[in-house]
Design a protein around this ligand. Structure first.
Ligand code: SF4
Length: 351
């Protein structure tokens, strides 16, 4: 906490906050009160910390910034899905989605503004990368989305960005969401979805991650995967398998394999066979995701007959397969469609 840089209050640890108050002649317990407002009560401004004296609030405001993500645009799909564009302090936006389903609701949240990985089927990938989200901005998405659906049951990091490329902020956000002095949600209800960077899978394992892990596989063949996920050229499926075996050996947690079915690209029986071979390495659940066509990608949705044959092939081999129907497609909220269409492109051009 030194130098002229103005720190975001939510990047400061409890201990740092305690020292800060002591150095400024305030009682140490003020830090606990402030911390409670920040992470348990999810307040969005210094003024809202009403158990702190006016002087203490002014002191904080004079030394720290408070960079929140606020609801900028809200759209509701005919199927009940709600997409929110969150405005950030520097004018950028990210999107999050609330997907209700019976008495449950899943919040799909973002970890980065844009994404550097440029997967060829994904609208976010077309935006390029702007910046990582902070821990506070990630948690804000959960707070705002949970206000839209009080029965929020699950959180998935499947919005904009690759969570493993903003690992520390994502990890810290999960700590705040699950902490008893935070939002107190169970880590069992949180899933981090990644294209699977082997060294990060190992790091997550070594960190003793309690959340679920989903691998966005989409092709169980190196050449084919590289065509849709250019970043895959940096490693091989064998390296991913080794890292996942390491993860399973330590966590004993079943993996989820995400597989977007792209028509005439990865939806043949030969592709299903490769997927089955890949999945033999560890216990998995396979989520088959219907593709939501994104302009200019050139990819199409799989033919229903091809999808059926693909799923049947896997089920006959006793694999656990769920088919995820597209949700929120009419508001561009479906998987792979998040792009904050107007806002971030404009800002990127200006900067
Ligand atoms: S699919 Fe995920 S990793 Fe790939 S470009 Fe889109 S957001 Fe990034």
């Amino acid at each position: 906490m030194s130098g002229k840089e103005i720190l975001d209050i939510r990047s400061v640890t409890r201990e740092e906050l305690e020292n800060f108050f002591l150095q400024h002649g305030e009682k140490k317990f003020r830090a606990g009160q402030a911390y409670d407002w920040l992470w348990k009560k999810s307040c969005q401004s210094f003024n809202a910390m009403t158990t702190l004296s006016k002087e203490a609030r002014q002191l904080l405001a004079s030394q720290f910034s408070f960079n929140t993500a606020s609801v900028a645009i809200k759209q509701q799909s005919s199927d009940g899905t709600i997409k929110v564009a969150f405005g950030l302090h520097d004018g950028f936006q990210v999107e999050g989605v609330m997907i209700p389903s019976g008495d449950r609701a899943t919040a799909c949240i973002s970890s980065q503004v844009g994404c550097s990985l440029g997967c060829n089927f994904c609208a976010t990938g077309k935006l390029g990368f702007t910046r990582n989200l902070t821990t506070g901005e990630i948690v804000d998405q959960v707070v705002h989305l949970s206000n839209l659906a009080p029965h929020l049951s699950n959180i998935v990091f499947m919005g904009m960005g690759e969570p493993f490329l903003n690992y520390e902020a994502v990890k810290m956000a999960i700590e705040k969401i699950t902490a008893t002095d935070g939002l107190a949600m169970s880590p069992q209800r949180i899933t981090v979805s990644s294209i699977g960077i082997p060294k990060m899978i190992r790091k997550m394992t070594d960190d003793g991650a309690k959340f679920h892990f989903a691998l966005s596989l989409h092709a169980a063949n190196d050449k084919k995967r590289e065509k849709i996920i250019p970043f895959h050229r940096n490693y091989s499926l064998t390296e991913i398998i080794d890292a996942l075996k390491y993860y399973y050996a330590h966590s004993h947690k079943r993996l989820t394999i995400e597989y977007i079915l792209l028509g005439k690209f990865n939806d043949t029986i030969a592709d299903a066979k490769e997927l089955a071979v890949f999945c033999k390495n560890f216990p998995v659940k396979i989520n088959i995701i219907e593709y939501n066509p994104v302009k200019e990608t050139g990819f199409i949705k799989s033919d229903p007959e091809d999808e059926k044959a693909f799923v049947n092939f896997l089920e006959k081999r006793n694999m656990v397969v769920n088919v995820r129907k597209s949700r929120g497609q009419d508001i561009d909220a479906a998987c792979g469609q998040l792009a904050c269409h107007s806002r971030n492109k404009q800002l990127i051009n200006i900067l």
